[in-house]
Design a protein. Sequence first.
Length: 111
Amino acid sequence: MERFYQDFGSRLRRYRQRSGLKQGALASAVSLSRTSITNIELGRQRMPLHVFAEVVRILEVDPQVLLSGPSGDDLPLKSKYQKVLTDRDASQTEREAVLRIDRRLEKDQQP
């Protein structure tokens, strides 16, 4: 379980930094101390669910991306290419390319 919180904290830190927020700014936005954000990012403190909901809203990140295990780091890419499949403006060529990528990813993940 400890590893889960460390991985979660690492992903949180990465997405917070990508959004350009400092720890103090995120802490203030979710009514926590900067120290709490530091401890969450280090996996030493658990984040309450209501705070998690605010964090994903503020960082504009899919909650699944923060919660997934180590293999979940590919979720942003997968989410992006899945959007192409449902985009009405995507061309047939784009859809076919996405399907080829999907098949390749599935093949690469098989033992």
